[in-house]
Each structure stands twice: as C-alpha cells, then as structure tokens.
Design a protein around this ligand. Structure first.
Ligand code: HEC
Ligand code: HEC
Length: 156
C-alpha cells in the first residue's frame, strides 16, 4: 500500500513536472521552427513566421521577429525577394530564404566592417525592413510597419 503510494507519487511527478512540460516545450519550439523551415512549392508562400538568427550566430539577444506575408500582400514579391544583382524576383526561379547560402549568410560579424556588409543577416533585415521600407513609409506619412525595436522583437 505505502509502496504504491510512493511509486504513484513518483510517476505523477515524473509525468507532471518532467515529461509533459518537456513534450510541450518541444512541440512549441518545433512548431515555430517548422514555420521557418517548411518546404514550399514553387510559387507558393507561407504565412505567420518567426524569423530566427542563423544557428551559428549563437544565443539570440532579442526575441525572434514575427513576419507575415499576408500583411505585406500589397507589395510585389520582388520588392523583397531579389537575385544576386539585387534585381527584383521575376518569377523565373525558386525563391530561397534570405539567409540561404550565398545570400545574406554571414551569421557572425567578426570585424567592425562586417557589420556594414549586406551579407550580414542582421544588416540585411534591418536595412530592408526597419531603416528601409518601414521608416520611409512612416516619414511619408503612410501606413507603415514597426520601426521600434520592441515592436519587431516583442518581449512576452
Ligand atoms: C515585405 C517583404 C516580402 C514580400 C513582399 C514577399 N516576401 Fe516572401 N519572404 C519574405 C521574408 C522576410 C521571408 C522569410 C525568409 C527567411 O526566413 O529567410 C520570405 C520567405 C519566402 C519564401 C520561403 C523561402 C524559403 O524557402 O525559406 C517563399 C517561397 C516566399 N517568401 C515567396 C514569396 C512570394 C511568392 C511573394 C509574392 C507573392 C513574396 N514572397 C512576397 C519577405 C517577403
Ligand atoms: C522591422 C522589424 C525590425 C525592427 C524595427 C528591428 N529589428 Fe532587429 N531584427 C529583425 C529581423 C527580421 C532580424 C533577423 C531575424 C531575427 O534574428 O529575429 C533581426 C535581428 C536582430 C538581432 C540579431 C538576433 C538577436 O536576437 O540577437 C538583434 C540583436 C536585433 N535585431 C536588435 C534590434 C534592435 C536593438 C532594434 C532597434 C534599434 C531592432 N532590432 C529593430 C527585425 C527588426
């Protein structure tokens, strides 16, 4: 009798405090990462992503920035997606993620000048989204996306 109570408590503890939260944490993280890593059919696009720094960047200082294609649906694909020469996407090739190899794939800025290199993912995103489009639109008095740090990196 006493033994089964002890075992029952241990089992309840094990599942309640160790296994279930573990499964839950695993699922939410996978879900967020899956959103980012999902495979897309050519020409299709996904929505509601969390953008993470590349793996090699190490621990992130800020929460991942959310991104939505639907919110940006009034813009041409080519205003964001472009080729190596910076020419807007023309629909003839498959769109890759911004941090893909050969694109904005510098994960760590070793030297001070690296921070100004457009291959540095941090600069690429901030230049196009924050100090580029959003700020320009806001200055022109038009509807715009966020330009403040916590609006793109929301603490929850
Ligand atoms: C406002 C900018 C913007 C516009 C406009 C835009 N996208 Fe994107 N798109 C993004 C961002 C940001 C990502 C996330 C890329 C990443 O995580 O590296 C993305 C990702 C993608 C991906 C996934 C790439 C991958 O394999 O990781 C596809 C496919 C895509 N977009 C297609 C489109 C298409 C088609 C259109 C036009 C209908 C479009 N996008 C319009 C910014 C934009
Ligand atoms: C328009 C949206 C936007 C704004 C505004 C913005 N960021 Fe970012 N930031 C991004 C995106 C997108 C990335 C790349 C994906 C990621 O790391 O979340 C990024 C990456 C980062 C990173 C590298 C990853 C990390 O978490 O360590 C840091 C640090 C950062 N931003 C800090 C800032 C600071 C500080 C500000 C305010 C001056 C700011 N950001 C404003 C969108 C934004």
């Amino acid at each position: 009798m006493r033994k089964s109570v002890v075992i029952g408590t241990l089992v309840a503890f094990f599942f309640g405090f160790l296994v279930l939260p573990g499964i839950y944490a695993g699922l939410t993280e996978q879900h967020e990462r899956k959103d980012q890593d999902m495979e897309y059919e050519f020409g299709s696009y996904a929505d509601e992503w969390l953008l993470y720094a590349p793996e090699e960047y190490g621990e992130m200082q800020e929460p991942p920035a959310p991104f939505s294609h639907t919110v940006h649906e009034d813009f041409d694909c080519g205003e964001c997606h472009h080729d190596e020469q910076g020419e807007p996407w023309d629909g003839t090739y498959e769109i890759k993620g911004c941090m893909s190899e050969g694109c904005h794939d510098m994960a760590v800025a070793e030297e001070p000048e690296d921070r100004r290199d457009i291959r540095y993912f941090y600069k690429a995103y901030h230049d196009l989204c924050m100090t580029g489009c959003h700020r320009d639109l806001a200055r022109a008095g038009e509807e715009s996306g966020p330009t403040a740090c916590p609006d793109c990196h929301p603490e929850e």
